[in-house]
Design a protein around this ligand. Structure first.
Ligand code: ATP
Ligand code: MG
Length: 164
């Protein structure tokens, strides 16, 4: 882990910029809600991997034929943790697939190309930050991911760096 103060608003703007050539990216309406406190000490590279995979999925599994695609991102930061919600109005995920989507190579649809690795990498990255990730979804309505990443205290940082 490499800890630094990360500005989450800047990070999200950077990710959308990096994904702008993805198919349909230009059609997406983006809403970013963040409070007064925008910085949190964490591993920027790992958070980039987590959020870019989730945002890239939200673009890829959008439902452009039915609705104007919308991605709403909400960030709440306090001294001890950051909560992130990423909500889309895309194709949705069936209940039977909801836990399996985090498994290596699992894909719930073959309408789009993919390897099925993105959410596995997301889950592992969240785990390495000692965080939690949850998903809820409704077919044809959209999907919502919630992530909590706790503060990593300096005294455990050294041990974690040895373990990872
Ligand atoms: P890649 O490895 O290129 O990311 P992928 O997108 O298929 O491939 P994951 O990101 O791991 O793989 O996602 C697994 C599956 O979960 C997807 O194939 C898709 O069926 C489903 N999925 C993921 N995110 C969403 C979403 N936002 N809306 C609807 N389905 C989703
Ligand atoms: Mg993916």
């Amino acid at each position: 882990l490499a800890l630094e103060e990360v500005n989450f608003y800047d990070l999200i703007v950077e990710i959308f910029e990096d994904l702008k050539f993805q198919e349909n990216a230009e059609l997406i309406k983006k809403v970013i809600k963040i409070g007064h406190k925008q910085e949190f000490k964490t591993d920027r590279r790992r958070v980039y991997i987590i959020l870019s995979n989730l945002i890239s999925n939200a673009i890829k599994y959008s439902n452009v034929a039915q609705v104007t695609p919308l991605i709403e991102i909400q960030i709440e930061i306090n001294d001890h943790k950051v909560n992130i919600h990423i909500q889309d109005n895309g194709i949705g995920i069936e209940d039977k697939d909801l836990q399996k989507i985090f498994h290596m190579f699992y894909r719930a649809t073959d309408q789009q190309e993919g390897t099925g690795l993105g959410l596995y990498i997301v889950k592992e990255s969240v785990r390495k930050l000692q965080g939690k990730i949850e998903v809820t979804s409704e077919m044809g309505k959209g999907t919502s991911f919630s992530i909590t990443i706790p503060e990593i205290e300096a005294k455990t940082e050294g041990k974690l760096m040895m373990a990872i």
